[in-house]
Design a protein around this ligand. Structure first.
Ligand SMILES: [Zn+2]
Length: 248
């Protein structure tokens, strides 16, 4: 492990453009279950059912049904604290060693940890946006939690609010920002993602086509292990990154 720590510290110090991609694995260290993991909502409720309800068509055609389910199963992350791994990435950005984080997570923990440039391709769960295009007022979790009806509506125009997350049937957010950051990086670090979800996995594949360094820190195998300059099978990412920071 010491050799790996030295190598990662050196890679970070010598790269002028490092971008980090994060997935569910980094947030399980903050106590948030992976949706697709053993205790995740997909296993508990059935992936088909979740996909049918957490779906843009369901939201539009039957918002009551959508919100009954959403309110019950998708909890707020307001009281979750960032993990040591989130904090380490914010510190690396502060030292000028990480340019940006592209995340699949909707928990907002990178922003909470102090990372400034965060591209959340699946949106952020504690934000709600008015569906009236002419209005687009933004509301927080408190407003929705204390709203007297199942479907929260806008104070200004009374249209329904939509959680600012990417539902099934919707395209990812910030597609071009994410693509540009990833393919333009000189060092790409993937943390806590098995890289099975597209289009993100495709962006990482594109990056690898130009023979640049890829570092993967993940518990278990990923789809891109074969292309990695270094693969770290870290049991605890926060510990690992903390030790890397000590060497920088
Ligand atoms: Zn509105």
């Amino acid at each position: 492990m010491n050799k790996e720590i030295e190598q990662v510290a050196l890679m970070l110090k010598t790269s002028r453009n490092t971008v980090v991609v994060t997935g569910a694995g980094i947030s399980t260290e903050a106590g948030i279950p992976d949706f697709r993991g053993e205790h995740g909502i997909y296993r508990q409720l059935g992936e088909d059912r979740v996909m049918q309800i957490i779906n843009i068509d369901c939201f539009r055609s039957n918002p009551d049904h959508f919100y009954l389910f959403y309110r019950k199963h998708f909890h707020s992350y307001a009281h979750v604290r960032p993990s040591p791994a989130h904090l380490a990435l914010a510190q690396l950005e502060g030292q000028g060693l990480v340019k940006a984080v592209v995340t699949q997570n909707i928990d907002g923990l990178h922003q909470k940890a102090g990372s400034r440039r965060v591209v959340a391709i699946h949106g952020t769960a504690d934000r709600y946006v008015c569906t009236n295009r002419a209005c687009q007022e933004v509301y927080d979790q408190d407003y929705v939690d204390t709203y007297p009806l199942t479907v929260p509506c806008c104070e200004q125009c009374e249209e329904a609010l939509k959680p600012d997350v990417v539902l099934f049937g919707e395209p990812i957010k910030n597609y071009y920002d994410a693509l540009e950051l990833i393919t333009g990086a000189h060092l790409l670090i993937v943390i806590g993602s098995s890289l099975t979800v597209y289009p993100l996995a495709g962006f990482v594949r594109d990056y690898c086509n130009s023979n640049k360094d890829l570092l993967i820190i993940n518990k278990g195998p990923t789809q891109m292990d074969y292309a990695a300059t270094l693969k770290v099978d870290a049991g605890h990412t926060g510990d690992f990154l903390g030790r890397v920071l000590d060497r920088i």
